[in-house]
Design a protein around this ligand. Structure first.
Ligand code: MN
Length: 285
């Protein structure tokens, strides 16, 4: 199933270029009170929501995809985890290009681990990217994103897929510079997630997903998750060996070679086989 959030926080099922409005399915969510949990309520109750949405589907109002504004499919992740240089060819390009590495050591992911992005940086495709620090390079990074489905820690790679709720297309936008990654990648709108959540049961081979990114129609990045240095199970094992993963936690799995600058007015198209594509407008903040 492909579940989207759209317009003013409505819930939809995406089918054949259309959105079926199943917002009423959100009524199955428990009412949380302060202090709020550090997980995403929709993902934590995904089974119940999907069951109710399926009941509502036959009578649901239909909208064309083009007429809705798509929001981030996960509204309230507890954390956004991201993998640095997780494709070998991107490691090589980052080490060669001073505009990318800024004299930061670019190490192998096995040695440097994963990093966190501020959850306040998260947007859906309809919100677009608002560039800050226009005097610096602001790069696109196309990534496949894993959405964690259940709580776990010290998860062995062999069991990692049991903890996955689904997958999304992601943009890990990056201001280049000498500062820590998490600082440069946590600017508002610098984590784009979309276009919808494809549930894990609908993705047969997450380790073999082709994806590509264009800027104003020009192909910049093209890769396949089979070329990840640390694959999805290994990333889940690494992250959960340091902190507990919760439903709705996002893992941006890393970007391949071809990263490059974008400017106000540019249009980024990024798509992943089976997960859909999103069009993201770039503007100045
Ligand atoms: Mn990245």
């Amino acid at each position: 199933m492909q579940l989207c959030r759209f317009n003013e926080g409505r819930l939809g099922i995406v089918q054949g270029g259309q959105v079926k409005d199943v917002t009423e399915a959100l009524d199955v969510l428990p009412a949380y009170r302060y202090p709020l949990p550090c997980f995403d309520p929709l993902i934590a109750n995904l089974k119940e929501v999907v069951a109710r949405a399926t009941e509502l589907l036959p009578a649901a109002k239909t909208l064309a995809l083009e007429e809705v504004s798509l929001l981030a499919p996960v509204a309230s992740p507890g954390k956004i985890i991201a993998a640095p240089v997780n494709y070998l060819k991107h490691l090589a390009e980052a080490r060669e290009d001073a505009e990318i590495h800024h004299r930061n050591q670019v190490g192998e992911i096995q040695r440097v681990g994963v990093f966190l992005k501020a959850t306040s940086s998260l947007v859906g495709q309809s919100e677009g990217v608002a560039l800050k620090h226009l005097n610096r390079r602001n790069d696109h990074e196309a990534e496949v994103v894993v959405v964690i489905g259940k709580k776990g820690r010290d998860i062995p790679a062999a069991r990692a897929y049991e903890y996955v709720a689904g997958y999304c297309v992601g943009l890990d936008m990056t201001t280049r510079g000498p500062e820590e990654r998490s600082f440069r990648k946590s600017i508002d709108t610098y984590s784009v997630l979309g276009p919808w959540l494809t549930t894990a049961d609908a993705v047969s081979s997450p380790g073999e997903l082709g994806f590509r990114l264009t800027v104003n129609g020009e192909l910049r990045q093209q890769a396949n998750t089979r070329d990840l240095v640390l694959g999805i199970p290994e990333l889940i094992e690494m992250a959960s060996s340091f902190y507990t993963l919760h439903p709705g936690d996002l893992i941006y799995t890393g970007t391949p070679e071809g990263v490059g600058p974008v400017h106000p007015g540019d249009v980024i198209d990024v798509s992943v086989d089976g997960l859909g594509g999103m069009r993201v407008q770039v503007r100045a903040a």
